[in-house]
Design a protein around this ligand. Structure first.
Ligand code: DAH
Length: 338
């Protein structure tokens, strides 16, 4: 029995050694270790081995099985390695890979990140509201009467249910005051929509950045200081800022803010960049009515608000002559900013 096992081992190892493909290797595994394999058949002979030899024969049987299994495993590894090596024959894996095209941020994202960064350092927290708004949040609560041109069907995208695509981010002022009590200091960047003809300075879907500060004793000096500081941080400390009296239904007094633009080779000129003002007490009263409390009692608190076009900011920051470039997704344009 011992001699028989030894000869199975010698035969098996020699056979496995000579194998060069998976199919023969599997055949050898079945031929020795399978249900009807040679080693399996030999181990059935254990029954007839005299008791005193059982231990030796058993040990031998294990030794042979381990040797064959080991040889089979080793062969699998050798065959796999040979196959991999062949695959790399025509490839040099040490060569650098082909460069992948790199993405970059859109110029509007750059400007917005900077603007939001400055305002957050000034203590403004981010707020948001829906792009599909109610007329009340977009107009009524902002003291904008029924006959105001902004509410006209020809200027605004209405839905059949009476809601609309917000014409400005000022609606977030109302959304915020419904939820929070003063002191409130928020900014709300987001999209706004108007039925404007698209041209070099107008888009029908554009971006605004709204700001609101409500507290005890907020004054026009706070508004002016905050916006001047903001624009100088964004465009440089020499930036000239001008406040021009204007009218907005939701602020009193109201102003438009101009920046002086020094384009190379051209005469410096003022360009309009934002609207702002002291929150009209009528807005506080309307919000108070909705809330049903005295948190926004206009005899106790005051506030300022501002709103600016982010697309316009990008035009100034990068000297972009035509707003339409921002939405055309032309890689030749966009890659200049990444
Ligand atoms: N909502 C105005 C617009 O879209 C901009 C604006 C003006 C916002 C004055 C304000 C503000 O918060 O106080 O033209």
């Amino acid at each position: 029995m011992l001699a028989e096992l030894e000869s199975i081992k010698t035969e098996a190892l020699a056979e496995i050694e000579g194998i060069t493909d998976d199919t023969s290797l599997e055949a050898a595994r079945v031929g020795y270790l399978g249900k009807k394999g040679k080693l399996t058949a030999a181990s059935a002979g254990m029954r007839d081995v005299p008791k005193e030899q059982k231990k030796d024969v058993g040990q031998k049987l294990n030794e042979v099985r381990t040797a064959i299994t080991g040889a089979l495993d080793e062969k699998v590894a050798t065959l796999t390695a040979a196959r991999d090596a062949k695959r790399f024959d025509s490839v040099d894996p040490t060569l650098p890979s082909r460069p992948l095209p790199k993405g970059g941020l859109h110029p509007l994202t750059h400007v917005l990140d900077e603007a939001v960064g400055i305002l957050r350092r000034m203590g403004f927290a981010l707020a948001e509201g829906p792009e599909i708004e109610t007329e009340w949040h977009c107009f009524d609560a902002l003291n904008t009467p029924e006959d105001h041109p902004a509410r006209n069907e020809r200027d605004t995208f209405y839905f059949e249910n009476g809601k609309l695509l917000r014409t400005h981010t000022s609606s977030v002022q109302i959304r915020t005051m419904e939820k929070l009590v003063p002191p409130v200091r928020i900014i709300a960047p987001g999209s706004a929509f108007r039925r404007d003809e698209i041209d070099a300075t107008h888009l029908s879907a554009f971006h605004q950045l709204e700001g609101l500060y409500v507290d005890k004793g907020v004054t026009l000096a706070d508004l002016k200081g905050a916006l001047e500081y903001f624009f100088r941080e964004l465009f440089g400390s020499k930036t000239e800022v001008r406040f021009r009296p204007h009218f907005f239904p939701f602020t009193e007094p109201s102003f438009e803010v101009d920046l002086k633009l020094h384009a190379t080779g051209k005469a410096a000129k003022w360009i309009e960049i934002a609207g702002c003002g002291m929150v009209d007490p009528a807005v506080f009263t309307e919000v108070g009515g909705k809330r049903g409390d005295a948190a926004y009692d206009p005899s106790e608190i005051s506030g300022f608000a501002f709103g600016m076009g982010i697309d316009r900011l990008a035009m100034i920051m990068y000297g972009i002559p035509d707003l339409r470039l921002l939405i055309e997704n032309d890689v030749r344009f966009l890659e200049q900013f990444s």
